[in-house]
Design a protein. Structure first.
Length: 429
């Protein structure tokens, strides 16, 4: 008898008993929530260097998934890419670069990209305000009340090694480590959008990016939108971490003027030449050499483990599984974003890693180029079949019904971008 057969009946009954009356057990009847402190980085000198991760029961996680499945039907901001079907980090990065390159396709233009970082984003949610946001979004009032109860008066203690703190009652935030927390934050910030066509705001859960598309040196609209974002965060108890917030300026003009820095709460935002955005390193030149070199370096480190596995006598199938999980996944991460614009030399270096792994394993492995062809075909079909996708409008059939309309481009960078590559790939089929 499977685990599913043994647990499905009583889990269903328990879920109905909790959801139907829309009431969680009284706090005195519930076990206190325990959080473990996970270090954010190697430095562990301040409390901020630790991330509290809540350890909730498996049964509670099952219940959260049921609620999560219902909440995903809410209409989210089209530029929110987390918790959306047929969306991923590659969609967010592809759309970001498309906005920039399309804008730079005309003269006397440049772009400024602000990568926002929140301080303990999930921990600053105000449950009552989230309750009001959910009601306004059309969520059932009883379910809104259940979520409010779920987030309010939480008894929590923190464990570091063998030391356990005394319990405290929490009435703000969503516990990190819970299934619902990222989605609740996405819903909490759903109304935080740009009001200008020249300023785009992309979101992936708590990762927020503001893209200013500036023409003729007029950047007042971009600054105004940033100020409105800062004010919205203050009004809704979200704390911006200005130290980790960075700005990337992409300006190809021959006579680029002086750029005035952005200030948030009196602190100047640092300019950077490159930034790791949702796992992909974007350079201010919009070339992908740095990103690819980092990928190759990371892959070379893991090739060593392939040799060790072969040395220990692991089967060919086992080594192949390790390659797919630990090396191929790195080589093909957000492949659609950068492979089409990669230089021939970079592509050869990527294929060299695959050949080296193939020699160690003793069998042929799919090339990165073949992965790209397969991935771009699959992704394009999903975008075309999904009218809600923010890139859906870019794929327009010609009157013949056989080919897709090409997008006007003046630069090689824009020609080799993700969606223009996808259109050419479709028309070749």
């Amino acid at each position: 008898m499977t685990c599913k057969c043994l647990t499905s009946d009583w889990l269903t009954a328990l879920s109905i008993s909790v959801i139907n009356p829309i009431k969680l057990p009284e706090r005195r009847e519930r076990e206190r929530e325990r959080a473990i402190a996970i270090a954010r980085a190697r430095e562990r000198e301040r409390l901020y260097d630790y991330r509290p991760v809540a350890l909730t029961s498996v049964v509670m996680k099952v219940l959260e998934r049921l609620v999560c499945r219902y909440l995903t039907y809410i209409t989210l901001d089209p530029h929110q890419f987390a918790y959306r079907a047929n969306r991923g980090v590659d969609d967010a990065v592809s759309l970001c670069t498309h906005f920039i390159l399309q804008h730079l396709n005309t003269k006397s233009t440049y772009a400024r990209v602000l990568f926002i970082d929140f301080s303990s984003a999930f921990n600053t949610i105000i449950p009552v305000r989230l309750y009001n946001f959910l009601l306004a979004a059309g969520v059932n009032a009883l379910l809104c009340q259940w979520i409010l109860t779920f987030l309010s008066s939480r008894k929590q203690c923190v464990k570091i090694q063998n030391n356990v703190s005394s319990p405290r009652i929490l009435n703000t935030g969503a516990p990190q480590g819970c299934v619902l927390s990222p989605l609740l934050f996405s819903l909490y910030t759903n109304n935080c959008t740009s009001n200008s066509a020249s300023v785009k705001m992309l979101k992936f859960a708590d990762d927020t990016t503001v893209i200013g598309l500036i023409s003729d040196g007029e950047g007042s609209t971009y600054r105004s939108e940033v100020e409105q974002l800062v004010q919205w965060c203050e009004d809704n108890n979200l704390i911006l971490n200005t130290t980790k917030t960075k700005e990337l300026i992409i300006d190809y003009r021959k006579k680029a003027g002086q750029h005035l820095p952005i200030s948030i709460n009196g602190q100047v935002v640092e300019w950077v030449s490159s930034f790791r955005f949702l796992g992909t390193t974007i350079h201010q030149s919009l070339s992908w050499n740095l990103n690819i070199s980092l990928i190759i370096s990371k892959s070379h480190q893991r090739i060593y483990f392939l040799r060790q596995l072969r040395k220990f006598g692991v089967s060919q199938a086992g080594i192949t599984h390790f390659y797919c999980a630990a090396i191929e996944s790195v080589l093909t991460f957000s492949l659609l974003v950068w492979y089409g614009s990669a230089t021939s030399q970079d592509k050869q270096q990527l294929e060299r890693v695959v050949r080296r792994a193939s020699e160690i394993i003793g069998c042929s492995l799919p090339t990165i180029g073949s992965h790209y062809d397969t991935t771009i075909s699959r992704k394009t079909r999903k975008i075309i079949s999904d009218p809600s996708h923010p890139a859906h409008h870019l794929f327009t059939l010609l009157p013949s019904g056989r080919r897709y309309r090409s997008i006007t481009r003046k630069t090689t960078r824009f020609r080799d971008s993700t969606y223009l590559q996808a259109i050419r790939h479709l028309n070749k089929q």
